[in-house]
Write a new protein. Structure first.
Length: 587
RNA sequence: GCCGUCUUAGCUCAAUUGGCAGAGCAAUUGAUUUGUAAUCAAUAGGUUGUUGGUUCGAUUCCGAUAGACGGCACCA
């Protein structure tokens, strides 16, 4: 048998496993390697190599190493939990982007924050024991017997395809149902930390029991772990909720949970942002409109919101008739479109609106400015002819690039394609999906496809930005709509004098102005670019007795030139006032 | 909405086993007139989120409730 590693060939008379191969090459490699790869498939070091192939070893610096280590750490944690809480039942325990978690049912026991330290200690113990991770393929019947005590594992086993081999991993006295792969032994797991507790529904379904999820993270070196923990601390310092308070941007009150108040500084920021947005859109052939906050129930019945979105709408009575506060701006825009007769020559018609919408979000979903119950969408609704689809999408992608690059934001795009229950012209839909896909490919940004995840009324592109905690938030969106034009019987007159249905595009770039402010607050760490900074210049007279008059004149001049200036005439030393300006992040 | 944690002065935080609620910053007043990242001092500031209970006595223990935070679910 001939095995190729890093371009070199090694010959063997019999089948060998990863350990033997690594040892043949280099003793240090055998100690360091945690797995190997053949044609993108990852194996444990103990796996046999069956035939001629090319092997790549996975070492701590390999990109796959982190998730293998963290997955193994979740097993180590599960072992420790079962040792401390023998009655616990285990759910899922995967590795994730920033570590791993394990979902556990502790029965009647309520796991406390302090218990995490106990579990960590137990993990250390098992780590020192250096228990080998042993993979074993079992039959379904065997698996059901091994995990008889754990209803969650039983449910998983019963759900597995009978043709697929069922693999288990054993370390010490602990055995878990798992596809793998794992590090060779628990002694590889030394530098880890249990981070937090959370509740999570079994299999992500509200109808199921909620298990206790424990998040943790694991590294190959103490230094990496410490750096990661330090980074987590630094992220918290950039949290827009903290900066928003410190810089006087916004506040939240118990009198209106989820309804943010913009403070003087935040209002300047918001106004600067939106007036820039308006200028940009006017320059790009958008007509700016404003539609009412509240409209009658009939409109929402026609739009379909009443049946699909009622739970999230705030309602009230006007003249004994039921009204709803708008959760979206589209019906308003549509009424504007319908207010006139349109010629095919007039299209595309682009209506832009900074629309204040209200949605009754679940209380547990609220989060600073990221998830609120009242927010401003930087919305636009464009009505086009079929033949204008390509150029309109191109126009939009360019616009998104322009706007995001102004802030230097990183993002990725997600394309959601046609679901089963889609409506409208399939050809138009396929064509538009193709156009969207092409546009995504051309853009310099990462994009992924969510097959079948589009709305029933049309495909959509979502623009996702990351916050300082690495959480992903949807900001921009482009949605093609083949539904509302039908529901509202929209039309334009074509060159033959016939009524033709236009295609409608919903789009928002910032998404929610509030969320976007949250994102850029964290992105800039509160130190906004000068054009957005609430206070741009602070004037500090060295000595009030001699310099105050001149400072006042300077402030007046700067104000005249349109700068946002503050005079700091506090009776304090220069150093104190400089420090104040720095803390307030005045450019 | 669900699981968990938290809520003390405007802000950031203390307060042994239940025994007079405390500090720094900010504020106010006074002194200092300052040349590059916190000048000194004094004063004021509180029904400990709200509410019910246990107790001679509750910031502390128990219950209810509101809100925030970390997740989950949700985000047609």
């Amino acid at each position: 048998m001939e095995i190729k590693v890093k371009g070199k060939k090694y010959a063997f008379n019999e089948q060998i496993n990863g350990f033997v191969l690594a040892k043949t090459i280099d003793a240090a490699l055998a100690k360091e390697a945690i797995g190997f790869k053949i044609k993108d498939k990852i194996y444990d070091m103990g796996e046999m190599i069956l035939k001629d192939c090319e092997v790549e070893f996975i070492v701590p610096t390999s990109k796959e190493a982190f998730s293998i280590l963290n997955h193994s750490t979740s097993h180590l944690m599960a072992e420790s939990i079962m040792s401390l809480f023998p009655n616990a039942k285990l759910g899922f325990g995967p590795s994730i982007e920033e570590g791993y978690y394990y979902d556990v049912d502790f029965g009647d026991y309520k796991l406390k924050e302090e218990d995490l330290a106990k579990i960590e200690k137990e993990m250390m113990k098992f780590s020192k024991n250096g228990e080998k991770f042993i993979r074993k393929i079992v039959s379904k019947q065997e698996a059901l017997e091994i995990f008889a005590a754990d209803p969650y594992k039983i449910e998983l086993i019963n759900g597995l395809d009978t043709n697929e081999p069922i693999s288990t991993y054993t370390q010490g006295n602990f055995v878990d149902l798992c596809f793998g792969t794992h590090v060779p032994s628990t002694s590889y797991i030394k530098h880890f930390k249990l981070l937090n507790l959370a509740g999570a529904y079994w299999r992500g379904d509200v109808k199921n029991k909620q298990l206790t999820r424990i998040y943790g993270v694991s590294f190959f070196t103490l230094e990496d772990l410490e750096n990661h923990l330090k980074m987590l601390e630094e992220r918290k310092l950039r949290d827009h909720k903290k900066l928003g308070k410190e810089l006087g941007l916004f506040m939240l009150s118990d009198y209106g949970p989820g309804f943010p108040f913009f403070l003087p500084n935040g209002t300047i920021l918001k106004n600067e942002l939106t007036s820039w947005w308006l200028k940009y859109h006017i320059a790009h052939d958008y007509m700016v409109i404003q539609t009412p906050i509240m409209l009658s129930k009939e409109l929402w019945i026609t739009s379909g919101h009443w049946s699909h979105y009622k739970e999230n709408m705030y309602t009230s009575k006007v003249d004994k008739k039921e009204f709803a506060i708008k959760p979206m701006n589209c019906p308003g825009s549509i009424l504007v479109y319908k207010n006139d007769l349109h010629s095919y020559k007039d299209l595309p018609l682009r209506y832009a609106e900074l629309g204040l919408v209200h949605r009754n979000e679940a209380s547990g979903a609220l989060n600073g400015l990221f998830r609120v119950r009242s927010f401003t969408q930087d919305d636009a609704h464009t009505f086009i002819r079929k033949d204008q689809l390509v150029s309109e999408i191109r126009h939009l992608i360019k616009l998104y690039d322009d706007i995001y690059s102004t802030f230097g934001l990183n993002y990725h795009i997600e394309l959601s394609t046609r679901p089963e229950n889609s409506i409208g012209d399939i050809e138009v839909r396929n064509e538009s999906e193709r156009i969207l896909k092409e546009a995504c490919k051309k853009s310099k940004h990462d994009f992924i496809i969510n097959p079948g995840d589009g709305a029933f009324y049309g495909p959509k592109l979502d623009f996702k930005l990351k916050d300082s905690m690495n959480r992903i938030w949807q900001c921009g969106t482009i949605q093609l709509d083949m539904n509302l034009p039908v529901r509202f019987d929209l039309s334009y007159i074509d060159e033959n004098g016939q009524k033709v249905r236009p295609i409608m595009i919903h789009r928002a770039v910032l998404g929610s102005v509030e969320r976007f402010i949250g994102i850029i607050t964290e992105h800039f760490g509160g130190a906004f670019p000068t054009w957005l900074a609430p206070v741009q210049i602070s004037v500090l007279p060295v000595n009030n007795q001699y310099h105050l008059d001149y400072a006042k004149k300077l402030v007046k001049d700067l104000l005249k030139h349109g700068f946002r200036v503050k005079l700091d005439e506090a009776n304090e030393k220069l150093g104190f006032r400089l420090r104040n300006s720095q803390i307030n992040k005045i450019p």
